[in-house]
Design a protein around this ligand. Structure first.
Ligand code: CU
Length: 141
């Protein structure tokens, strides 16, 4: 008698496990539907971003060579990045001159690159602090 009662209890337990598994299955399929919906939304917003990015930020390169910046004067748009490419027999740097150019300070570089992104319109003057005759300007529109 007691054995039979035990087995029927076990059967009930199994039914409960299967039922909960089905509920869990239904639950997870709901979740995946939700994920699919949100990824569709992400794709849609990505598409609209692509449409509005034809004029992305530009990159301008200034060569630091033969004791000069070339081109010495560059004009960019706000948000653009200027990269100075150092390739000379002597090391140089890029150091801002005047209030508007505060924060433009590269390390002294012999060979390599240094970049600065200009976010605010204005005229930024700079020199090489080791050779103050080396001058340049970045005009940000
Ligand atoms: Cu220099």
């Amino acid at each position: 008698m007691s054995i039979r009662r035990q087995s029927s209890t076990r059967a009930l337990f199994l039914v409960a496990v299967v039922a909960s598994a089905l509920v869990a299955g239904g639950c997870s399929s709901d979740k995946s539907t939700g994920a699919a919906a949100s990824s569709t939304a992400a794709v849609a917003s990505g598409t609209s971003a692509t449409v509005t990015t034809p004029a992305g930020p530009a990159a301008v390169t200034v060569e630091v060579k033969d004791m000069k910046f070339s081109p010495a004067d560059v004009t960019i748009k706000a948000g653009d990045t200027v990269t100075w490419k150092f390739d000379d027999s002597r090391p140089h740097d890029v150091q801002g001159v005047g209030d508007t150019s505060l924060g433009i300070n590269s390390p002294i570089i012999h060979k390599g690159e240094w970049s600065h992104t200009f976010t605010t319109a204005g005229t930024y003057r700079y020199i090489c602090s080791l050779h103050p005759d080396m001058k340049g300007t970045v005009t940000v529109q």
